[in-house]
Design a protein around this ligand. Structure first.
Ligand SMILES: C[S@@+](CCC(N)C(=O)[O-])C[C@H]1O[C@@H](n2cnc3c(N)ncnc32)[C@H](O)[C@@H]1O
Length: 285
Protein backbone atom coordinates (compact mmCIF):
# COMPACT_ATOMS: atom_id res chain seq x y z
CA UNK A 1 0.00 0.00 0.00
CA UNK A 2 1.24 3.47 -0.85
CA UNK A 3 1.76 5.84 2.03
CA UNK A 4 0.75 9.42 1.31
CA UNK A 5 3.89 11.45 1.71
CA UNK A 6 4.99 15.01 1.08
CA UNK A 7 6.53 15.71 -2.31
CA UNK A 8 10.10 15.40 -1.12
CA UNK A 9 12.10 12.38 -0.13
CA UNK A 10 12.48 12.41 3.61
CA UNK A 11 14.63 10.79 6.25
CA UNK A 12 13.22 8.47 8.89
CA UNK A 13 10.99 10.22 11.38
CA UNK A 14 12.31 10.38 14.87
CA UNK A 15 10.46 11.00 18.11
CA UNK A 16 7.65 13.34 17.07
CA UNK A 17 7.61 14.87 20.53
CA UNK A 18 11.22 16.04 20.32
CA UNK A 19 11.64 19.81 20.21
CA UNK A 20 12.63 21.53 16.98
CA UNK A 21 15.95 22.46 18.57
CA UNK A 22 16.93 18.80 18.70
CA UNK A 23 16.64 18.44 14.94
CA UNK A 24 20.12 18.32 13.57
CA UNK A 25 21.71 17.07 10.41
CA UNK A 26 23.04 13.59 10.55
CA UNK A 27 26.79 13.97 10.23
CA UNK A 28 28.11 13.92 6.71
CA UNK A 29 27.99 10.15 6.50
CA UNK A 30 30.66 8.14 4.74
CA UNK A 31 29.06 6.40 1.80
CA UNK A 32 28.16 2.83 2.74
CA UNK A 33 26.86 -0.19 0.91
CA UNK A 34 23.16 -0.96 1.27
CA UNK A 35 21.03 -3.69 -0.27
CA UNK A 36 18.05 -1.70 -1.53
CA UNK A 37 16.31 -4.77 -2.93
CA UNK A 38 16.96 -8.26 -4.28
CA UNK A 39 18.11 -6.71 -7.55
CA UNK A 40 20.27 -3.87 -6.25
CA UNK A 41 23.03 -3.11 -3.76
CA UNK A 42 24.59 0.34 -3.99
CA UNK A 43 26.61 2.92 -2.09
CA UNK A 44 24.32 5.41 -0.38
CA UNK A 45 24.74 8.53 1.76
CA UNK A 46 21.25 8.82 3.29
CA UNK A 47 19.26 5.61 3.60
CA UNK A 48 15.71 6.93 3.59
CA UNK A 49 16.42 9.05 0.52
CA UNK A 50 17.91 6.11 -1.37
CA UNK A 51 15.04 3.77 -0.43
CA UNK A 52 12.51 6.36 -1.59
CA UNK A 53 14.16 6.79 -5.00
CA UNK A 54 14.68 3.03 -5.36
CA UNK A 55 10.95 2.47 -4.84
CA UNK A 56 10.05 5.10 -7.44
CA UNK A 57 12.37 3.69 -10.10
CA UNK A 58 12.62 -0.05 -9.40
CA UNK A 59 9.23 -0.87 -7.86
CA UNK A 60 6.83 1.78 -9.16
CA UNK A 61 8.69 1.79 -12.53
CA UNK A 62 8.08 5.49 -12.92
CA UNK A 63 10.45 5.78 -15.89
CA UNK A 64 9.13 2.80 -17.85
CA UNK A 65 7.12 5.07 -20.10
CA UNK A 66 7.90 3.41 -23.42
CA UNK A 67 10.17 0.68 -24.83
CA UNK A 68 13.52 2.07 -25.98
CA UNK A 69 15.92 0.71 -28.60
CA UNK A 70 18.74 -1.53 -27.23
CA UNK A 71 21.36 1.15 -27.92
CA UNK A 72 19.23 4.00 -26.58
CA UNK A 73 20.77 7.45 -26.05
CA UNK A 74 19.54 8.66 -22.66
CA UNK A 75 19.95 11.86 -20.65
CA UNK A 76 19.91 11.71 -16.85
CA UNK A 77 19.43 15.27 -15.58
CA UNK A 78 19.60 15.13 -11.77
CA UNK A 79 21.55 11.88 -11.65
CA UNK A 80 21.78 11.76 -7.85
CA UNK A 81 23.51 8.53 -6.70
CA UNK A 82 22.86 6.85 -10.04
CA UNK A 83 19.74 4.75 -9.50
CA UNK A 84 18.12 5.82 -12.79
CA UNK A 85 21.35 5.29 -14.72
CA UNK A 86 21.90 1.83 -13.18
CA UNK A 87 18.27 0.87 -13.86
CA UNK A 88 18.51 1.89 -17.51
CA UNK A 89 21.90 0.23 -18.00
CA UNK A 90 20.52 -3.02 -16.57
CA UNK A 91 17.51 -2.83 -18.85
CA UNK A 92 19.38 -1.60 -21.95
CA UNK A 93 22.99 -2.79 -21.56
CA UNK A 94 24.09 -1.10 -24.79
CA UNK A 95 22.56 2.26 -23.85
CA UNK A 96 24.67 5.41 -23.84
CA UNK A 97 23.87 7.76 -20.96
CA UNK A 98 24.79 11.40 -20.43
CA UNK A 99 24.43 12.12 -16.69
CA UNK A 100 24.50 15.41 -14.76
CA UNK A 101 24.88 15.82 -11.00
CA UNK A 102 26.22 19.07 -9.51
CA UNK A 103 26.71 18.22 -5.81
CA UNK A 104 30.24 16.81 -5.27
CA UNK A 105 29.25 14.57 -2.31
CA UNK A 106 26.41 13.03 -4.32
CA UNK A 107 28.49 12.72 -7.47
CA UNK A 108 31.17 10.82 -5.53
CA UNK A 109 28.55 8.19 -4.63
CA UNK A 110 27.26 8.10 -8.22
CA UNK A 111 30.79 7.33 -9.46
CA UNK A 112 31.30 4.63 -6.83
CA UNK A 113 28.07 2.98 -7.94
CA UNK A 114 29.09 2.98 -11.60
CA UNK A 115 32.36 1.27 -10.63
CA UNK A 116 30.59 -1.16 -8.27
CA UNK A 117 28.33 -2.28 -11.10
CA UNK A 118 31.15 -2.38 -13.68
CA UNK A 119 29.43 0.13 -15.92
CA UNK A 120 31.86 0.83 -18.79
CA UNK A 121 33.06 4.43 -18.56
CA UNK A 122 32.61 4.87 -22.29
CA UNK A 123 28.87 4.11 -21.89
CA UNK A 124 28.08 6.68 -19.21
CA UNK A 125 29.48 10.19 -19.49
CA UNK A 126 29.20 11.96 -16.17
CA UNK A 127 29.27 15.73 -15.83
CA UNK A 128 29.87 17.52 -12.53
CA UNK A 129 27.58 20.44 -13.18
CA UNK A 130 24.00 21.62 -12.96
CA UNK A 131 21.95 22.12 -16.09
CA UNK A 132 20.16 25.37 -16.77
CA UNK A 133 18.99 27.89 -19.34
CA UNK A 134 22.40 29.52 -19.63
CA UNK A 135 25.99 29.01 -18.66
CA UNK A 136 26.92 30.40 -15.20
CA UNK A 137 30.40 29.81 -13.71
CA UNK A 138 29.21 29.39 -10.10
CA UNK A 139 25.67 29.43 -8.70
CA UNK A 140 24.74 28.57 -5.09
CA UNK A 141 22.82 25.31 -4.75
CA UNK A 142 21.47 24.10 -1.40
CA UNK A 143 22.67 20.61 -0.45
CA UNK A 144 20.63 18.69 2.13
CA UNK A 145 22.85 16.01 3.74
CA UNK A 146 19.81 14.35 5.37
CA UNK A 147 17.92 14.24 2.09
CA UNK A 148 20.43 14.72 -0.76
CA UNK A 149 17.80 14.13 -3.43
CA UNK A 150 16.16 17.40 -2.39
CA UNK A 151 19.27 19.46 -3.21
CA UNK A 152 18.08 22.47 -5.14
CA UNK A 153 18.56 25.99 -6.51
CA UNK A 154 15.15 26.82 -4.99
CA UNK A 155 15.39 25.99 -1.25
CA UNK A 156 12.59 28.47 -0.43
CA UNK A 157 10.15 26.01 -1.99
CA UNK A 158 10.69 23.72 1.01
CA UNK A 159 9.09 26.47 3.16
CA UNK A 160 6.10 26.56 0.82
CA UNK A 161 5.85 22.80 1.09
CA UNK A 162 6.00 22.95 4.87
CA UNK A 163 3.10 25.44 4.87
CA UNK A 164 1.12 23.26 2.46
CA UNK A 165 1.27 20.26 4.80
CA UNK A 166 -1.42 20.42 7.46
CA UNK A 167 -0.16 17.67 9.76
CA UNK A 168 2.54 18.51 12.26
CA UNK A 169 4.34 15.21 11.81
CA UNK A 170 4.85 15.95 8.10
CA UNK A 171 6.17 19.40 8.97
CA UNK A 172 8.64 17.79 11.35
CA UNK A 173 9.74 15.48 8.55
CA UNK A 174 10.47 18.54 6.41
CA UNK A 175 12.45 20.06 9.29
CA UNK A 176 14.51 16.92 9.66
CA UNK A 177 15.21 16.61 5.95
CA UNK A 178 16.22 20.29 5.77
CA UNK A 179 18.51 20.22 8.81
CA UNK A 180 22.18 20.88 8.13
CA UNK A 181 21.54 22.38 4.70
CA UNK A 182 24.67 23.91 3.18
CA UNK A 183 25.27 26.06 0.11
CA UNK A 184 27.64 24.83 -2.52
CA UNK A 185 28.66 26.85 -5.57
CA UNK A 186 28.20 24.78 -8.71
CA UNK A 187 28.75 25.50 -12.41
CA UNK A 188 25.67 25.62 -14.63
CA UNK A 189 25.67 24.69 -18.31
CA UNK A 190 23.08 24.36 -21.06
CA UNK A 191 22.36 20.78 -22.07
CA UNK A 192 22.87 21.67 -25.75
CA UNK A 193 26.49 22.56 -25.05
CA UNK A 194 27.13 18.85 -24.21
CA UNK A 195 24.98 17.50 -27.02
CA UNK A 196 27.17 19.40 -29.46
CA UNK A 197 29.95 16.96 -28.46
CA UNK A 198 28.07 14.25 -30.38
CA UNK A 199 28.12 15.43 -33.99
CA UNK A 200 26.75 12.09 -35.26
CA UNK A 201 23.86 12.03 -32.80
CA UNK A 202 20.55 11.45 -34.59
CA UNK A 203 18.14 10.57 -31.81
CA UNK A 204 17.76 11.19 -28.07
CA UNK A 205 15.56 8.31 -26.98
CA UNK A 206 14.81 9.43 -23.45
CA UNK A 207 15.30 12.69 -21.57
CA UNK A 208 14.79 12.30 -17.81
CA UNK A 209 14.64 15.52 -15.78
CA UNK A 210 14.31 15.48 -12.00
CA UNK A 211 16.10 18.58 -10.73
CA UNK A 212 14.08 19.93 -7.82
CA UNK A 213 12.17 22.80 -9.44
CA UNK A 214 14.83 23.81 -11.97
CA UNK A 215 13.13 21.77 -14.70
CA UNK A 216 11.96 24.68 -16.86
CA UNK A 217 15.48 26.11 -16.97
CA UNK A 218 16.92 22.74 -17.95
CA UNK A 219 14.43 22.49 -20.82
CA UNK A 220 15.22 26.06 -21.90
CA UNK A 221 18.85 25.03 -22.22
CA UNK A 222 17.98 22.74 -25.13
CA UNK A 223 18.25 24.33 -28.58
CA UNK A 224 15.70 23.46 -31.28
CA UNK A 225 18.24 21.45 -33.28
CA UNK A 226 18.41 19.08 -30.28
CA UNK A 227 14.69 19.17 -29.42
CA UNK A 228 14.17 17.78 -32.90
CA UNK A 229 16.07 14.64 -31.82
CA UNK A 230 14.22 14.00 -28.53
CA UNK A 231 11.69 11.14 -28.78
CA UNK A 232 10.51 10.84 -25.14
CA UNK A 233 10.84 12.89 -21.98
CA UNK A 234 9.80 12.50 -18.34
CA UNK A 235 9.94 15.64 -16.23
CA UNK A 236 9.13 15.55 -12.52
CA UNK A 237 7.32 18.75 -11.51
CA UNK A 238 6.06 19.85 -8.10
CA UNK A 239 2.86 21.88 -8.45
CA UNK A 240 4.19 24.25 -5.77
CA UNK A 241 6.93 25.34 -8.15
CA UNK A 242 4.22 27.05 -10.25
CA UNK A 243 6.02 25.83 -13.39
CA UNK A 244 3.92 22.87 -14.54
CA UNK A 245 1.76 24.73 -17.04
CA UNK A 246 4.77 26.46 -18.61
CA UNK A 247 6.65 23.17 -18.82
CA UNK A 248 3.71 21.42 -20.47
CA UNK A 249 3.26 24.35 -22.90
CA UNK A 250 6.96 24.30 -23.79
CA UNK A 251 6.86 20.55 -24.48
CA UNK A 252 3.71 20.92 -26.61
CA UNK A 253 5.35 23.76 -28.55
CA UNK A 254 8.19 21.34 -29.38
CA UNK A 255 5.69 18.96 -30.94
CA UNK A 256 5.22 16.41 -28.15
CA UNK A 257 2.08 14.63 -27.02
CA UNK A 258 1.99 15.57 -23.35
CA UNK A 259 0.36 13.78 -20.42
CA UNK A 260 0.86 14.00 -16.70
CA UNK A 261 0.79 11.39 -13.98
CA UNK A 262 0.28 12.17 -10.33
CA UNK A 263 3.07 10.68 -8.21
CA UNK A 264 1.49 8.00 -6.03
CA UNK A 265 3.35 9.34 -3.01
CA UNK A 266 2.50 13.02 -3.31
CA UNK A 267 0.48 14.80 -0.66
CA UNK A 268 -2.91 16.07 -1.79
CA UNK A 269 -2.23 19.72 -0.92
CA UNK A 270 1.17 19.63 -2.63
CA UNK A 271 0.93 17.31 -5.63
CA UNK A 272 3.91 16.27 -7.71
CA UNK A 273 3.52 15.12 -11.31
CA UNK A 274 5.63 13.35 -13.85
CA UNK A 275 5.01 15.19 -17.10
CA UNK A 276 5.41 12.67 -19.92
CA UNK A 277 6.20 13.87 -23.43
CA UNK A 278 6.25 11.53 -26.40
CA UNK A 279 6.67 11.89 -30.12
CA UNK A 280 4.85 9.39 -32.27
CA UNK A 281 6.73 7.41 -34.93
CA UNK A 282 7.81 9.56 -37.84
CA UNK A 283 7.03 12.83 -36.10
CA UNK A 284 9.63 15.56 -35.85
CA UNK A 285 9.66 19.11 -34.58
C1 LIG B 1 15.43 13.79 -6.60
S1 LIG B 1 17.09 13.63 -7.13
C2 LIG B 1 16.85 12.62 -8.55
C3 LIG B 1 16.36 11.27 -8.14
C4 LIG B 1 16.07 10.46 -9.32
N1 LIG B 1 14.80 10.50 -9.91
C5 LIG B 1 17.10 9.59 -9.88
O1 LIG B 1 17.05 9.43 -11.07
O2 LIG B 1 17.97 9.08 -9.18
C6 LIG B 1 17.44 15.22 -7.77
C7 LIG B 1 18.93 15.46 -8.04
O3 LIG B 1 19.04 16.58 -8.91
C8 LIG B 1 20.21 17.30 -8.56
N2 LIG B 1 20.03 18.65 -9.11
C9 LIG B 1 19.42 19.73 -8.54
N3 LIG B 1 19.41 20.77 -9.42
C10 LIG B 1 20.00 20.33 -10.56
C11 LIG B 1 20.26 20.93 -11.83
N4 LIG B 1 19.90 22.20 -12.13
N5 LIG B 1 20.88 20.18 -12.78
C12 LIG B 1 21.22 18.89 -12.53
N6 LIG B 1 21.00 18.28 -11.34
C13 LIG B 1 20.39 18.98 -10.37
C14 LIG B 1 20.27 17.21 -7.04
O4 LIG B 1 21.57 17.43 -6.56
C15 LIG B 1 19.74 15.79 -6.79
O5 LIG B 1 20.78 14.86 -6.65
Amino acid sequence: MQVMMPSVSLPEMGDASASKATITAMSQQEPRLLELGPDLTVYIGAERDARFIYKEIYQDNCYDITPLPPNAFIIDAGANIGLFTLYMKAKYPSAHILAFEPVPQILDIFRRNLALHNVPTQDVHVHACALGAESVPAKPLTYFPNAPGNSTFVPEEKDLLRKALPAEHYQRMIDRSSAGATKVDVPVEKLSRFLDDYPDLKQIDFLKVDVESWELDVLRGIDDRHWNMVRNAAVEVAELSGLREEIEALLKSKGFHVERELASWSYETAPTYTVLARRHDGEEL
